[in-house]
Write a protein that binds this ligand. Sequence first.
Ligand SMILES: *Cc1c(COP(=O)(O)O)cnc(C)c1O
Length: 377
Amino acid sequence: MRRKTKLIHGGMPFDPHTGAVSVPIYQVSTYKQEDIGVHKGYEYSRTGNPTRHALEQSIAALEEGTRGFAFGSGMAAIHAVFMLLHAGDHIILTDDVYGGTYRIVTRVLNGLGIASTFVDTTDLAEIDQAVLPNTKAIFVETPTNPLLKVTDIAAVSSLAKSKGLLFIVDNTFSTPYWQTPLALGADIVLHSATKYIDGHSDVVAGLAVVGDEKLGEELHFIQNATGGVLGPQDAWLLMRGMKTLGLRMEAHEANARELVAYLLDHPAVQTIHYPGLAGHPQHELAKKQARGFGGIISFDVGSAEKASDMIRKLNYFTLAESLGAVESLISVPARMTHASIPQERRAQLGITDGLIRVSVGIEDSEDLLEDLEQSLK
Ligand SMILES: *Cc1c(COP(=O)(O)O)cnc(C)c1O
């Protein structure tokens, strides 16, 4: 099955009881048992719900895994995966990882005795050097937010395998439409499904997918034990959004390419980050490991003041956190999504005060370009 077909036919294709072509919303908490312990596969909706299950099967199919898990947010999914670790363990992470991931690792996991090291995972030697006797996992986000650095998934997988480490990839930015980390050797794939998977800025949700059955059992145990599950209404909305994921990702990328081409020559723009640019440091790698470059771009206009000035004049780019939806969203990471990262650390990473991130929507590109032009004047 090809990708756009899988988006439509990959999960529970229709309701087995009625033939309804849209998976019904099973708004239910418990299920009648025929006799004690005799049931139709569902006992209680924290443990399993048919609507959520259909979504979990869909994402497992899309990510080329065996089991999927849906959570109440991306952070709940990330938290559940981190619960595979124990006190005394150590984890290595990408240095410009999503702010919320940085926060849970440095302010929640550390209190539970789980240590961490943040490294530039685009450099394999840095990962290798960070491995300690108690290291248990490597967590990579690629491309990253907001600098769009690209990590070599297959190479990190080989390193992780050679050291017996669990390899986790946050695939939020690429989505399974463009990139399938499990096929490149990752053990677990994570999503903030709030972003492209949903695609309409109307749900907060998280997904995790594994290939290995035993790991699937462990993660299901944690999902059921900690309980951060996604409700059936939101699971249904995600499945509705996912049907058009392919069309949307193609449209996001086409618009992103046009904006990048325009901004590249603009005198007000100092630097621009997009993996699809031939000058991007990991452009060849991005081309090799993904089928597309995505719809997120970032660029530096030189100062916080210039960034504010520009953003105030825009009409079609909504100033908001989040990304991956049909409407273009714009943000200043240093003062918004990455404000929880200390100032000196942001400076080290290159998240400057004048850096602007755009999640390019699917509007007519002419309108987006005209809007950028008048605001940058
Ligand atoms: C938004 C985001 C998260 C967190 O997901 P929520 O759904 O907001 O909890 C994690 N990783 C990345 C890359 C994100 O963009």
